[in-house]
Design a protein around this ligand. Structure first.
Ligand code: BGC
Length: 385
């Protein structure tokens, strides 16, 4: 870590008489404790962020990471965030400090700038400013720190070519779209009654996350593509329904849609479990899932605890395991390897379902249905990397 910035950071810590770890809340635009939602661990939190001893400089060979998450309140992000905090605390090589962009681009920018001012060694960015990726890459390069784009659109080949210290870590979103589409195609083919209005088309509602976000774009495209590849004629009801990955927004929008299309809708495809769960709530209120002939296939992504419960309850048809623990481990491992001068390769990462292409680290999804839901588990207290 740069010396001047370290002195500044330590100074702040001493003045506030708190552990450096609590910069989690100091740097945040709108700080909040880890949401620990959806069955995530109740332990830990902002005070546990640092792996370093209070008021002590990080040990030789250690480094500081500033992690900018798009929204602490997001279920998937809260699990990834807490796992990263836990790994940093357990390992102690990389001190994790983090900040919440509260789904707001200007807050993201000020969080990044705060970390640059502090002279962090690693800037981990769960970017929502998707129109400015190259500019952000240039800024990271000018600051001279490592940049890791996490769970978001990856920088371009040109961006990577300019800067050896740039990485991305993300799941292969195409897989999650295909998993939803293939499961829905199979259901449709096995259940002729699924064509509720008998028009010969699969009339689906598509619930999108943040506009322009890689996962949303790719999951929506590939799910529909898988249906079409199975020879199914599809019809989109309601157009592009943007719900920002939020359960409450999805519930509201699906409820509004049911007022006009209750008899037309054959399926709901949601770009994450939270939105699928919101849709299920609205569908229940609209009379679905209440007995014979009231089932409607709903697809999601993530395999959150509540998502898996919905699979067990029979309200969600399929989800794709998007493992937040693996995301956190991968982010940490990239920092750990580069910090000790090692190359980042599939072998050196050594994590199941994680592969490396250049400076892009990709994580695999796997399908979760009622047949294997009991195996779809992860532990945010698992700190082995
Ligand atoms: C997850 C969503 C989450 C989003 C946030 C996606 O990978 O599947 O649940 O809301 O990331 O960026």
């Amino acid at each position: 870590m740069k010396k001047k910035a370290l002195a500044l950071l330590l100074g702040i810590c001493m003045i506030t008489m708190t552990a450096c770890g609590s910069t989690s809340s100091q740097t945040s635009g709108e700080a909040s404790a880890p949401a620990a939602q959806d069955g995530a661990a109740e332990e830990g939190g902002a005070d546990d962020v640092s792996g370093a001893e209070e008021d002590q400089a990080p040990a030789a060979g250690s480094a500081v990471a500033g992690v900018v998450w798009y929204n602490f309140a997001d279920t998937f992000i809260s699990n990834a965030r807490q796992t990263l905090i836990n790994i940093g605390a357990a390992d102690g090589t990389i001190t994790i400090t983090d900040a919440d962009s509260t789904n707001d681009v200007s807050t993201q920018t000020s969080n990044m700038n705060n970390f640059f001012t502090q002279g962090v060694d690693y800037l981990v960015l769960n970017n929502i400013n998707t129109g400015a990726i190259s500019e952000i890459c240039d800024q990271i390069q000018a600051e001279g720190c490592y940049g890791i784009f996490a769970n978001t659109d990856t920088p371009s080949d040109e961006d990577f070519a300019k800067n050896d210290k740039l990485y991305s870590v993300s799941s292969v979103a195409t897989q999650s779209g295909t998993i939803m589409g293939e499961a829905l195609a199979q259901y449709w083919q096995e259940h002729p009654e699924a064509d509720r209005n008998g028009n010969g088309k699969l009339d689906y509602v598509m619930l999108l996350g943040i506009q322009g976000h890689y996962d949303t774009t790719v999951r929506s495209q590939y799910s529909v593509q898988a249906l079409e590849d199975a020879g199914i004629e599809v019809n989109n009801i309601g157009g592009e329904i943007i719900c920002d990955y939020s359960r409450a927004t999805a519930q509201e929008k699906v409820a509004a849609l049911l007022a006009n299309y209750s008899d037309e809708i054959d399926a709901v495809i949601a770009c994450n479990d939270d939105m699928a769960l919101g849709a299920i709530e609205a569908l229940k209120a609209g009379g679905f899932f209440s007995g014979d002939d009231t089932y409607l296939p709903v697809c999601g992504v993530d395999a959150t605890v509540n998502g898996c419960q919905a699979i067990k309850d029979g309200t969600m048809l399929v989800t794709a395991l998007n493992n937040p623990v693996m995301l956190a481990k991968s982010i940490y491992k990239v920092m750990y390897l580069t910090n000790s001068g090692q190359e980042v390769t599939t072998e050196s990462m050594g994590l199941e379902g994680v592969s490396v292409e250049g400076h892009r680290v990709w994580l695999d999804y796997s399908p979760v249905t009622k047949d294997n839901v009991d195996q779809a588990t992860y532990d945010i207290n698992d700190t082995a990397f």
